[in-house]
Design a protein. Structure first.
Length: 67
């Protein structure tokens, strides 16, 4: 389920993604959902509403060293 996050002074998008999704790797997907967010710069000011889309971690290939 998508949610709206309202920024606080000093927030960064990678920190928000780490807190909400548990991984900074979702930054590009959040930027896709908020195309004008990139104009704000890396450190965000308070009061910006950011749409955090419902995302699931992508499947990762696991390689085992021993069978």
């Amino acid at each position: 389920m998508a949610t709206i996050y309202r920024t606080k002074d000093g927030d960064t998008l990678d920190w928000i993604c780490k807190q909400y999704y548990g991984d900074e790797a979702f930054v590009l997907q959040v930027l896709d959902a908020n195309p004008r967010l990139v104009e704000q710069g890396p450190v965000l000011v308070a009061g910006i509403n950011i749409l955090l889309p419902a995302l699931t971690p992508q499947n990762q290939t696991v390689e085992y060293l021993w069978s």
